[in-house]
Design a protein around this ligand. Structure first.
Ligand code: SF4
Length: 393
């Protein structure tokens, strides 16, 4: 019997590329959307058959790119394909990422009718100067409007993505974005520290001295401020950069991302998507045309591996244990349970990683709570990467 999986669908189309973005996404190719969706449905059906249509699925996530560039009817046909091919569990979380500049009330009502029960808006910043610098296609008023429409349409589980550490950004400016975000009263907020990624216009501008290189100490201060403000406003931190509204009737944590952080299996479908299932990690080809062509001509019924997979890596037991520590420690209160880990791998993390855990505990970067939970200390949150690296060979 298969463990419950999550399903991620990558929609690699954007109206315009943002200046900081290095995701696998393309602008100017929207005419390929119908052909891409046609092939995406074939990939869904390939995995459906592979698991004899019995794979239990607990979350579905449409990410990108900008999924909301797609017409509602394409979402509907994808959703039908998913429900035809997998066993979607009751109360499954079904999310999508949305760009505030691409939605209307009617469109959002339609999405809710199709079955989405969570929506995530890339608000990023409320400052028009930074929205311009980042190359976003929306202004802050459109973000406010989009969230009001989402609520009006009936969405009760809404996330905002906010980005900090922008070139030249002051702590005060970030505070305004946080306050404006909090005023929208959503159930979830995700924080992102801006990274200057190679091969992006922003990287170029920084290299040429046209914009300031963001200051990492200031970014750390911004994180601390966000943590304080979000907590004061009733949100709780459950992952280093993710906050949710605690409600006794509903768990507003992102169930899809929890699946990743708990190192549980998921299928990644679409160009550039990654998956982890049955002790194998895989990576699909990146290009949209490559994805379409490789699948168009393949005989999927006899294929042992999906034709769009470019890298397959078997994950041995020790690697799975390392990965479980690295991703699990991101969960700031849940951490990694010694009991759960031992049940899963038939070995205690305290034995397998005795040296690493001792060192980190002695340096006050990890703590062991109630004899079971290994987790980051509060001070270690900003040093997370240093901690995670201890679990790499
Ligand atoms: S909308 Fe999102 S995915 Fe598209 S270019 Fe901008 S940041 Fe990247």
């Amino acid at each position: 019997m298969n463990d419950a999986h999550s399903v991620y669908l990558h929609i690699p189309f954007c109206q315009k590329r943002c200046s900081y973005c290095d995701f696998n996404t393309f602008s100017g190719l929207n005419h390929l959307i119908p052909a891409y969706i046609h092939q995406l449905k074939k990939e869904i059906s390939y995995y459906g058959k592979k698991f004899s249509k019995e794979l239990p699925v607990k979350t579905i996530f449409f990410g990108g790119g900008t999924p909301t560039l797609m017409e509602g009817k394409l979402f509907k046909s994808l959703m039908e394909e998913i429900f035809d091919n997998f066993r979607i569990l009751p109360n499954a979380e079904i999310s999508l990422e949305a760009n505030p500049g691409t939605v209307t009330l009617e469109y959002l009502q339609n999405l809710l009718g199709i079955g989405f029960n969570r929506i995530s808006f890339g608000l990023q910043t409320s400052n028009p100067v930074y929205l311009e610098l980042l190359g976003r296609i929306h202004d802050h008023y459109q973000s406010i409007q989009a969230i009001q429409w989402a609520k009006q349409a009936g969405f009760r589980n809404i996330n905002l993505d906010l980005i900090y550490g922008l070139p030249g950004q002051t702590v005060d400016d970030w505070k305004k974005t946080l306050e404006n975000g909090l005023n929208l009263s959503t159930q979830h907020i995700s924080l992102y520290a801006l990274g200057i990624e190679e091969n992006t216009p922003l990287h170029d501008w920084v290299e040429k001295g046209m914009v300031e290189n963001p200051d990492s100490d200031l970014a750390a201060e911004m994180y601390e401020l966000a943590d304080q403000l979000l907590l004061e406003n009733g949100l709780e931190c459950y992952e280093i950069s993710n906050y949710y509204k605690v409600d006794e009737n509903f768990d507003y944590r992102c169930q899809h991302n929890l699946q990743y952080w708990r190192n549980q299996p998921y299928l990644g479908l679409g160009a550039g998507a990654h998956g982890y299932s049955n002790d194998v990690r895989y990576e699909n080809v990146n290009g949209i045309m490559e994805y379409i062509n490789l699948q168009k001509d393949a005989n999927l019924s006899s294929a042992l591996k999906s034709p769009v997979v470019k890298v397959l890596t078997e994950i041995d037991l020790f690697t799975a244990m390392q990965e479980t520590m690295m991703v699990g420690l991101r969960l700031v209160s849940e951490g990694v349970s010694i009991l759960e880990f031992t049940k899963r791998f038939s070995a205690s993390p305290l034995e397998i990683f005795a040296k690493e855990i001792d060192l980190l505990v002695n340096n006050h970067l990890l703590e062991i709570v109630d004899g079971d939970i290994i987790r980051l200390t509060k001070n270690a949150r900003l040093l997370g990467n240093q901690v995670f690296l201890q679990f790499v060979d």
